[in-house]
Design a binder for this molecule. Structure first.
Ligand code: NDP
Length: 302
């Protein structure tokens, strides 16, 4: 019997994950179908009950359910527990295990960004949503000693700092109000800048002015395209990287959890590029067609 893997989100139409995961199943001859389930929050509990059935191999969870799903799961991995967010489910009999593969996805992206240099110890993070949670945990695990979070709504960044209280007890994790002058002075002390806001996803704007970007910065934008921020960073002589590697590797980690097999990365990467070139819009937070008119508020959850 063909196995089922579902993406539960709202909305989920035309997900890039569908193309990426189906290509991987087909490549390895795994008889599985990747389905998109658009479920409003009120229908989430029923969907979670349904995926406990034997025909399901696994599940992806995306916006707006990543945090809401946590209490519905029987067991959480350390990453899911610490971040308080789940993007992948596996089954152990009728029990569901919640994982957060955005964390390893981010870690691969960070390693690639830093390259052969020594891992820096200080970072500035823009944004405090679901993606930012995976980033903060990834930075903690990479040994960062000081991470300053700026967010439009300061209370959300403060909540995130509080959430990580114990895991970040040994370091300086703080939230600061979004003022350009404060961001500029923090950037002067750091080498790594990460954008985990959705600014730039649906419009060609940058969260911060290009003039405050120094040439020695390493800049990672979680958004899966060459954003204004990344172009400004390159113009300043900085190293810039988009969210493709994180997206690919969170998907590869999920695939390995479901199937017990290493993900065919090249095939998945090609499927992503093809889907994107075809103008497919995503539910995972990454844009598809450059011209997609998705309202900023409807943006993502990685
Ligand atoms: P959330 O909806 O949880 O968070 C959105 C973040 O963007 C919040 O910090 C929010 O601030 C901020 N924001 C949105 N609009 C504005 C605005 N107009 N002005 C200032 N701040 C704004 O989304 P996620 O954390 O899940 O995703 C954030 C980004 O990360 C997305 O662009 C997504 O593409 C990307 N992503 C990529 C992944 C990948 O695999 N490459 C994985 C996960 C995310 P506030 O709290 O004040 O509203």
């Amino acid at each position: 019997m063909s196995k089922r893997v579902v993406l539960i989100g709202h909305p989920v139409a035309h997900s890039l994950s569908g193309a990426m995961q189906q290509a991987a199943f087909d490549e390895l001859g795994i008889d599985a179908r990747y389905e998109l389930w658009d479920r409003a929050p009120i229908a989430l509990a029923d969907a979670i009950a349904e995926v406990r059935g034997d025909d399901f191999l696994g599940v992806n969870v995306t916006i707006p359910h990543k945090e809401r799903v946590v209490p519905m799961i029987d067991k959480l991995t350390e990453e899911a527990q610490v971040t308080g967010a789940v993007n992948t489910l596996t089954r152990e009999g009728k029990r569901l295990v919640g994982h957060n593969t955005d964390v390893p996805g981010f870690t691969v992206a960070l390693d690639k960004l830093v390259g052969r240099q020594k891992m820096p110890r200080q970072a500035v993070l823009l944004g405090a949503g679901g993606g930012a949670r995976a980033v903060v945990y990834g930075l903690i695990r990479a040994g960062f000693q000081r991470v300053v979070i700026f967010n439009r709504h300061l209370h959300r960044a403060e909540g995130l700092v509080k959430h990580f209280g114990r895991s970040a007890a040994h370091m300086d994790l703080k939230a600061m109000p979004w003022h350009e002058s404060i961001i500029e002075s923090e950037l002067a002390k750091t080498k790594v800048l990460i954008n985990a806001t959705s600014i730039g996803l649906n419009s060609d704007v940058s969260p911060i002015p290009g003039e405050i970007l120094a040439g020695d910065l390493l800049v990672l934008d979680l958004i899966y395209k060459r954003t204004r921020l990344l172009r400004d960073a390159e113009a300043a002589g900085a190293t810039a990287q988009d969210g493709e590697i994180m997206l690919l590797h969170q998907g590869a980690a999920a695939f390995a959890l479901w199937t017990g097999q290493a993900a065919p990365l090249e095939v998945m990467s090609e499927a992503l590029a093809e889907a994107r070139a075809g103008g497919v819009r995503s539910a995972e937070g990454e844009p598809a067609g450059e011209d997609e008119a998705v309202p900023e508020a409807a943006a993502p959850a990685g």
